[in-house]
Design a protein around this ligand. Structure first.
Ligand code: ADP
Length: 268
């Protein structure tokens, strides 16, 4: 099997990669200011990238029904960090999966750049995800038999990126993982694996980053470093971020703050 064929096969099993698109450069310097509040200012600031309307999600297991989302509305303004907090079981992971197009709502709409994601078939949603959405999931989404640097390289190569090894090494170094490049995921700590997932998610400069408990396993200095890399990565193009977190301090610093309560989103 050729390397390309292998990569294509792996990508089908681990569809968490993204590819480059073009977008206008932005101006602020997040490295010299608070990474959470110093969102870049751009001409289309104020317009939303994502708008979810009246989302319902009902899980059915035999006779048991669980209503995870019950009419959730959400707006993610472009080029800004929005934080989302909520108790365990309030529907956060369900919401992230729907916004990423990994699952469909039982009812409701998800407008991504004005297009209703819920009307796309699975292949269409996978294409949109591959081009424009980076995802960091709590349970991790690394290919277990590839090293840290190979995981990032895979994301870049699938998108046809050039100089994939060099860019992967750079990104992992920025995230403080210079001495973990050749480790397999099982030899990484939870926090390290999460940072590699961040590198994979950012490799192809997505428009939207969906992060589930991104900083949960990181000490505050490392969490800050990760946030700075995310915003630096977004500087050129204005990344939109939804940060699901239990960390009240980080949530409070985001420009836009939401809370999920019993499947409904409320402003903080
Ligand atoms: P959170 O991420 O806030 O902890 P979840 O979205 O994981 O919340 O879960 C919301 C509710 O939906 C919970 O009651 C959970 O048990 C239920 N749930 C989540 N996923 C499934 C599933 N695949 N099948 C059945 N119930 C589920």
């Amino acid at each position: 099997m050729t390397l390309t064929a292998l990569y294509a096969r792996v990508a089908r099993s681990y569809p968490m990669t993204s590819a480059p698109t073009t977008s206008a450069p932005t101006t602020s310097d997040p490295l010299t200011s608070d990474p959470l509040t110093s969102d870049p200012t751009t001409s289309d600031e104020g317009a939303s990238l994502v708008e979810a309307r009246d989302l319902f999600k009902i899980y059915r297991e035999g006779a048991v029904e669980t209503v995870a989302l019950r009419g959730a509305d959400l707006v993610l303004p472009r080029h800004a960090v929005t934080s989302l907090v909520g108790p365990s079981g309030s529907g956060k992971s369900t919401l992230i999966a729907i916004l990423a197009g990994l699952s469909l709502p039982s009812a409701g709409q998800v407008l991504f750049d004005g297009e209703d994601l819920t009307r796309f078939d699975e292949a269409g949603r996978a294409r949109l995800r591959a081009r424009r959405i980076g995802i960091v999931l709590q349970r991790g989404n690394l290919v277990p038999f590839l090293t840290a640097v190979e995981n990032v390289e895979l994301a870049l190569k699938l998108a046809g990126g050039r100089r994939a090894r060099r860019r992967s090494v750079e990104l992992l170094r920025e995230l403080g993982l210079a001495d973990r490049l050749n480790h397999l995921p099982r030899r990484l700590s939870g926090g390290e694996a999460q940072r590699v997932s961040v590198a994979v998610a950012l490799a192809n400069q997505p428009d939207l980053l969906l992060a589930d408990e991104l900083t949960g396993e990181l000490d505050s200095a490392t969490a800050d470093r990760v946030m700075r890399v995310i915003m630096e990565s977004g500087r050129q193009r204005g990344l939109t971020v939804l940060l699901v977190t239990h960390n009240q301090e980080i949530a409070a610093r985001a420009r836009h703050r939401l809370r999920l309560v019993d499947g409904v989103v409320v402003a903080q």
